[in-house]
Design a protein around this ligand. Sequence first.
Ligand code: AMP
Ligand code: ZN
Length: 464
Amino acid sequence: MKLYNTLSKKVEEFIPNTPGEVKIYTCGPTVYHYAHIGNLRTYISEDVMEKGFKYLGYHVDRVMNITDVGHLVGDGDTGEDKMAVASKRENKSSKEIAKFYTDCFFEDCEKLNIRKPDVVSAATDNVEMYIQMIEKLIQDGYAYLSDGNVYFDTTKFPSYYELSGRNQDDLMVAVREDISEDQAKKNPFDFGLWFTNSKFNDQEMQWDSPWGRGYPGWHIECSGISIKYLGEKLDIHCGAEDAIFPHHTNEIAQSEAYLGHKWCNYWVHLGFLNDESGKMSKSSGEFLTISLLEKKGYHPLSYRYLCLNSYYHNQLSFSFDILDGAEKAYFKLKNKVLKLKKDEVNESDKVKYIEEFKSYIEDDFNTSNMVTLLYTILKDDSLSDGTKYSLIEEFDGVLSLDLTKEEETSIDSDMDQMIQEKIKERQEAKKNKDFALADQIRDELLSQGIRLVDTREGTTYELL
Ligand code: AMP
Ligand code: ZN
């Protein structure tokens, strides 16, 4: 099993702490707004990872947090808590905001066939764990109290810059706007473990602590929840590439300082989804959600199909043209699968394809090759329809594209509607003697495997 590890900046052989078992921690959503399709790309990739490991026979323990406190507007401990921003925006309590957007997040996940991890834990449910960790970090000299807050002293952790692969000066330039002006910090990259009223005193969610009433920093939440539910040794920690610094860098520092040994062996970072205007972000307020795609008439799984056709470490540019193409290809693929006869299954014919599918999982989750393999299977004339169906059904356990699921509202009818519209457009073009446009429409459909057939009664079509 090969995995790209941000820690070594190399593709490495994956060796779990316990043979046959994988412990995975996934940074969960900050529930102050709807998840955008960029966030959801990250969760789709992590979902394939979990299902892929299971398909290879591993036992997977996966934990995800829900960030419902402590994630400040600025990653360098500046600005308000994002939950407080949402409370003001919507005139609701932080608790109400968290509940609403957590439910929305899991509804989106369901639409995209993203399995809910075995353990999902809200940051606000684990405060005693953070307090216990912070107490030990202070005792051991890694953390200090200043101006009522507790900070981690990054100079006490020599490998602090390892994950980001940058030195301090380099980082200072790279993240200039994120560096806090906080005078209470001894060093620019020190980060907050616990804030009290001395900072952001209008914070709604607060708890008693040995350092006064206050609330935890964002980074300690993921370390605390991971160690509490997955133990002292973690195999894989996931998140998108924006989390490398400071979030995951800080997680490593505080977790290893607390535990006194190496914590997580593999750091997997997922590539960003960008839109035409650049990075998609919740804080900008302008972003695409799955519900919005649905409102525009897209099937949510067309978006999953789009994501699976790219390498998960690479950035992906989103456009509606690309989504249109993905939707057509997805419908076509699904139609082909649903048309297969459920005849005899030849188990021995399946073996080489199963091996090939596994080799793509083992090749750092090469999902685009997994999808391409489905087309190869469909084209293989030596396989019975039943064997093809059985293989695709099995692989769809990892890809989760519902390829063998009959839709309540038939996908056929969506596709039919699209083709009928094109036929009308072509007729219109012919009427206007724009034969170039008419031919272009015909050729475009042909390139999608749809052949138009002109008859005396009108134009029909056949799927190739
Ligand atoms: P947040 O809700 O902001 O805490 O982010 C939830 C997850 O989505 C984290 O793993 C982020 O790193 C990830 N993420 C944020 N923006 C994007 C994006 N544009 N593309 C992919 N993943 C993202
Ligand atoms: Zn996290």
